[in-house]
Design a protein around this ligand. Sequence first.
Ligand code: SF4
Ligand code: SF4
Length: 437
Amino acid sequence: MQTNFTPAQLADPHVAESEKILRKCVHCGFCTATCPTYVTLGNELDSPRGRIYLIKDMLENGRPADAEVVTHIDRCLSCLACVTTCPSGVDYMHLVDHARAHIEKTYKRPFMDRLVRAILAAVLPYPDRFRLAIRLSSIGRPFKGLLQRAPALKPFAALLALAPHRIPPASIYSAPASHHAVGEKRGRVAILTGCAQPVLDPGINEATIRLLTRLGVEVVVPEGESCCGSLVHHMGREEQALASARANVDVWTREIERGGLDAIIVTASGCGTTIKDYGHMLRLDPAYGEKAARVSSLAKDITEYLASLELPPQMPKGIIVAYHSACSMQHGQKITTAPKQLLKAAGFNVRDPAEGHLCCGSAGTYNILQSDISDTLKTRKVRNIEATKPHVIATGNIGCMMQIATGTAIPIVHTVQLLDWAHGGDIPEKLKDLPLA
Ligand code: SF4
Ligand code: SF4
């Protein structure tokens, strides 16, 4: 694609990067076929190619964002299916990141939109606040129908619909500690405890720590970790996202220097995609660029790391598992085979739902901010999953787990919870009452 940026515009490294990305797009439109919003809405402006045109026009003309650009960029899930599909290697992820930051700086959203986003950014990344918010949601639940009817209040209705009625107590595994390897030590890793996940399902990190230590890996929960920053990053709140990234880089760098790390284990693929991008996000910061790149190179999804440990094969169990590959896993991190191979080798009968490339509609805060499109995608996803007639659904991202769980009665667990169970751990809580073979 031809571009017409001036030398003065290209002096801004963010614009220079976007220009390079834009020039790679050859308008072929292959990406439209796999874009969930184009497939759902059928509007070119809700396709990757349409959004690329809108972003180009906005940046090239040095214009503040307007309502049209904001509407179509807000509808993008950042699922990155377009990146997987694009034959020209267009780095849509960094282009849309730039567009979102530009929108945040130059566009004044309506009051309620600003309020909802400010609340989400102030609550979701902080486990204590998030826990309190979920508890308080029971007060708001009777008003859900009322909120649903007022367009500006719909995000609150979506929040109430997603908030679980009960949450487990805080886990001792979330506290800073060093969990020693059982038997001969074969590695040392840090684990990202995360923000929303340990509140919603602490069993995921518990299973991870139990499994890794049984396999001879020391697992450190370092003091001072914060949210990875992805939730606010996708809202265009660059400074807040970078502050989280810097804080985590400091924490893990201390840990690397203290005892060495073979990996930084991430159990939510949405967070993994962002941490693997810290090197890029902080590349212009002379104090952090190098350290961030080192952290990114050590970040590993739990299944990626387990695949390197050669787990012993297990007997078939007669349990059918529908594997839902989160967008951040398959498109963001390009991890497609390891989770399924691990599950198969652990004795599960793994099935691939149709249209596996399409997002479930969770996408960070998307299911709160764009609840109508999100619900349509969820219905489609659940239909495809249920068609495989599974006993259980497995996935590697808490956002997908929460989203899909509101659309089906089939239990959904994290892949690592099944692997922990298969390799000598306890049966996941959600499966205890199932008549499994
Ligand atoms: S990230 Fe997903 S929703 Fe956004 S343009 Fe690409 S395919 Fe479409
Ligand atoms: S597939 Fe790639 S090159 Fe083709 S229109 Fe989409 S982003 Fe551009």
